[in-house]
Design a protein. Structure first.
Length: 133
């Protein structure tokens, strides 16, 4: 059990680092390529290809997360990443991507009882820098 827990903590740490970097870059440069990195990270976390994960209906994304077996541990991180990607897509005028990411984030948060407005501590600095303005 400890090994499993350490493994998940390591995955979360890697995910948080990569997503923070990509979201910050997306925020600074307004480059949608950086948002694709965020989506890639979410997909890898739940063992899907980015193409599949990005296109999934919100409920299907939740189902795939349940099948991944790590959903409970990573849900708050996934919903945060998707919700912030949604906000940046919105700033870029990509309302379709923004809307889908928001619905995916919402579905994940609701299904795993996370608070969508909560910020995981790993993202606190990024949040203050880019999203609390």
């Amino acid at each position: 059990y400890m090994l499993q827990r350490d493994y998940i903590l390591e995955i979360i740490a890697d995910f948080s680092r990569a997503v923070t970097q990509a979201l910050k870059q997306a925020y600074d440069t307004k480059d949608p390529k950086s948002l694709e990195i965020v989506e890639q990270q979410v997909a890898e976390l739940i063992d899907l290809s980015p193409e599949t994960a990005c296109a999934l209906a919100p409920d299907s994304l939740v189902t795939m997360m349940l099948l991944s077996g790590v959903a409970d541990s990573v849900a708050e991180y996934v919903s945060y990443a998707l919700e912030r990607a949604s906000r940046i897509y919105d700033q870029l005028g990509n309302t379709d991507a923004s809307g889908l990411r928001h619905l995916q984030a919402q579905a994940v948060a609701e299904s795993f009882n996370c608070d969508l407005s909560a910020v995981p501590k790993e993202f606190a600095e990024l949040e203050a820098e880019c999203f609390e303005k």
